[in-house]
Design a protein around this ligand. Structure first.
Ligand code: NAD
Length: 480
């Protein structure tokens, strides 16, 4: 059985403890690899190595670092098929999705930040004849990066790339549920020319490795993507240590469908925004709010499309949905479907586990599920389910649509469907979320600020926001 290794100080090694954890393939429900069950001694070695490597990495300058990160992007791209297979096997997502989205985006993350750093400006503020101020943005040393399982390499590199480009060294922890592509990438780092200690990848459990990174006194900044509860725990530990924190957390995103929308485009995209990656994208729309006059037509057409989705072997190009990521997660999602029933919801389609046949018979598959008949305050419409489950609620006025849209503790993303430009502007301004898509979904420009409000997080990633997070601004004031 394949054993994955940590990358520490440029070397691939097992955990100091010698202990291992199992890695499962969601498609079959079987164990196919092991990852190091690391702990604080591995994190300590990684932090030491990162601090040793920092002066030279910083001194290499933007162009030197950029060239190395571009080489890493190139190497990942050359091994696209291997990465795609690994991502799909590890996560259960359709191979076609990993090929179209996950791995190309990981490559794009490196390319984007390797070049963004070359254009990252410093501001200057002139005080007439008195003085000139300029902002010197310096890397702070060692960044801690902790990422989730839903878009494994995509989100891992979204943090590592700006951290490294800015001149920091990194101690990173991929999700223990999906460690495979981070490991595959770690095998390319030496060839890419990343000096030992610059990027350290420590595998293992959140409460051990993640907690050790969070609490480490020599890691002054933590960039975290994951659940809101974990984010709160990280903030509890890191805030009194005055660490810089970027927290990208959960969501319960609304999709507002007005009767004047482009119906066909809305329908096609809403099927995607509901069920892409088995609904396991923090940006998926999970609460569909539909103007009442459109509801019967929407319901019929939407259910017809959802029922036609194929849940199947992730390697089969005909599969629209693969497996959800773990047995625990499948049970959690199914428990939410039961909760929705007990809260009085009507299951319009799906609502159960799907048992495939042959090798896939023990895989973790859930039918895409549409629920109606629930009000905004029930748990089904308040809590993040993070699976192939959406609810439909009607509204009569724009004001009511906004009240419903804003009626959760989350505020990550929202989608608005209307042809009325005035309304699009009004609604976009009034929605409490960090991201608003109008007449589209998941259209991503990496220069834009990315993040949420309320319990969806603190801080922004992307573009200059990320480069600012991974540097400390110093004002230098010189008398004229
Ligand atoms: P999670 O919070 O369970 O785990 C995320 C990471 O944190 C993992 O690497 C885990 O090992 C680590 N971790 C767990 N406990 C820790 C601790 N005490 N200290 C430090 N690290 C710890 O989240 P998940 O289940 O992997 O991912 C799903 C969640 O991520 C969902 O809530 C989803 O909305 C969210 N998410 C948010 C975004 C975003 O950009 N806002 C993107 C993707 C996913």
């Amino acid at each position: 059985m394949e054993q994955l290794l940590n990358l520490i100080d440029g070397e691939l090694r097992p955990a100091v403890s010698g202990a291992w954890l199992d890695v499962h393939a969601p498609a079959t429900g079987t164990v196919y690899a092991q990852l190091p069950d690391s702990d604080e001694s591995d994190v300590e070695a990684a932090v030491e190595a990162a601090h040793r490597a920092f002066p030279a990495w910083r001194a290499l300058g933007r162009e030197g670092r950029s060239a190395i990160l571009l080489r890493l992007a190139e190497l990942i791209e050359q091994d696209l098929d291997g990465f795609v297979m690994d991502e799909s096997r590890d996560n259960g997502k359709p191979l076609s999705l990993a090929r179209r989205v996950d791995i190309p985006r990981a490559v794009a993350n490196f390319r984007f930040f390797a070049t963004a750093i070359l254009h990252f400006p410093s501001e200057a503020h002139l005080m007439d004849d008195v003085a000139v101020n300029y902002t010197d943005r310096q890397p702070f040393g060692v960044a801690g990066c902790i990422s989730p399982w839903n878009l494994p390499l995509y989100l891992f590199t979204w943090k590592i790339a700006p951290a490294l480009a800015s001149g920091n060294c990194v101690v990173a922890k991929p999700s223990e549920v999906t460690p495979l592509t981070a490991y595959r990438m770690s095998t390319l780092c030496k060839v890419a020319g990343i000096p030992p200690g610059v990027l350290n990848i420590v595998h293992g459990l959140g409460p051990k490795v993640g907690a050790a990174i969070t609490a480490h006194p020599r890691i002054p900044a933590i960039s975290f993507t994951g659940g809101t509860r974990t984010g709160a725990e990280i903030a509890r530990v890191a805030a009194p240590m005055f660490k810089k924190l970027s927290l990208e957390l959960g969501g319960k995103n609304p999709v507002l469908v007005f009767a004047d929308c482009d119906f066909e485009e809305m329908l096609r995209t809403t099927v995607r925004s509901s069920f892409t990656n088995q609904g396991q994208i923090c940006l998926c729309g999970s609460r569909i709010l539909v103007e009442r006059s459109l509801l019967p037509h929407f319901r019929d057409a939407f259910l017809q499309r959802v029922e036609a989705l194929r849940v199947g072997d992730p390697t089969d190009p005909a599969s629209d949905l693969g497996a959800v990521v773990s047995k625990d997660h499948m049970e959690k999602v199914l428990a939410y479907i039961d909760l929705a029933k007990s809260e009085g919801g009507t299951i319009r389609c799906g609502g159960e586990r799907i048992h495939l046949t042959g090798d896939l018979k023990d895989g973790w598959y859930i039918a895409p599920t549409v629920i109606e008949g629930l009000g905004p305050n029930c748990r089904t419409n308040q809590e993040e389910i993070f699976g192939p489950v959406v609810t439909i609620q009607p509204f009569d006025t724009e004001e009511e649509a906004l009240t419903l849209a804003n009626a959760t503790p989350y505020g990550l993303a929202s989608v608005v469907w209307t042809k009325d430009l005035q309304r699009a502007h009004r609604v976009a301004r009034a929605i409490h979320s960090g991201i608003v898509w109008v007449n589209c979904w998941m259209v991503r420009d990496l220069r834009t600020p990315f993040g949420g409000v309320k319990q969806s997080g603190v801080g922004r990633e992307g573009g200059v926001e990320a480069l600012r997070f991974f540097t400390e601004a110093k004002n230098v004031c010189i008398k004229l």
